[in-house]
Ligand binder design. Structure first.
Ligand code: BEZ
Length: 222
């Protein structure tokens, strides 16, 4: 006879929290776009973002907003990958509902993580968390698989798509290490030169502040 009792889950693995500059954990899992491997996105910028639950109001508003901005992410060659604890069939039913209600197709993969093993590997959950209700995290990953930024929002507040896109654009612009992105930077606005680190740089600067605060025009590729 079939045993309908699922095997006990392994005890949660306690992992060190992910830090900026770490290589992100790889994984292969089922998704709404078929079997998904993070390794297949090497060479591209990626936003991996989690949500607390399918069929919830704030999460639905985020998915509609992110899907409507898909062209803006694509223009930055940035892949979107969503993840939650819900089953693949819940994800599929939810994206159909979103399509029917909002006339938006969710064409990026939504990963199922029923055991929360991926969420734990990324440090989205504390080792003692019993459920994923606190998870609204975003991981901004560079083409080498290195974590460059992360955000964590509560279940009660949705993310800003403009800020997600601004973050990717800024991370891409500063990636070579020759410029810094000031507060509120958006493409086309002035950037900042990295500060001087020697007495020569201080004394050689045209005025008393230029060595540490020097706006430079945004000239991509230069
Ligand atoms: C929401 O996305 O609306 C939500 C998610 C988890 C708990 C409560 C609300």
């Amino acid at each position: 006879m079939t045993d309908l009792n699922p095997p006990p889950l392994p005890s949660p693995v306690i992992t060190a929290p992910l830090r900026l500059g770490d290589e992100v954990p790889g994984f292969t899992a089922r998704s709404t776009q078929g079997l998904f491997s993070l390794a297949d996105l090497r060479g591209r910028w990626v936003v991996l973002f989690s949500h607390p639950a399918d069929f919830t109001p704030v999460c639905t508003s985020e998915f509609v907003a992110i899907a409507r901005a898909a062209d803006r992410f694509a223009a930055l060659d940035c892949a979107l990958v969503a993840l939650s604890v819900d089953s693949l069939f819940s994800h599929l039913a939810w994206i159909r509902m979103i399509h029917d209600r909002f006339d938006v197709r969710i064409d990026f993969p939504i990963i199922e993580d029923p055991s929360m093993v991926i969420a734990r590997a990324y440090g989205m959950l504390g080792p003692k968390a019993q459920d994923a209700s606190a998870v609204r995290a975003s991981y901004f990953v560079d083409p080498d698989g290195i974590l460059r930024a992360m955000t964590c929002y509560p279940a009660t507040v949705g993310r800003s798509v403009d800020e997600m896109i601004r973050m990717i654009a800024a991370l891409q612009r500063v990636h070579a290490g020759d410029v810094l992105a000031p507060a509120g930077w958006t493409p086309g606005a002035d950037l900042l030169r990295p500060p001087g680190e020697t007495a020569e740089a201080v004394h050689g600067a045209p005025d008393a502040t230029d060595w540490f605060y020097a706006p430079v025009p945004d000239e991509p590729g230069k």
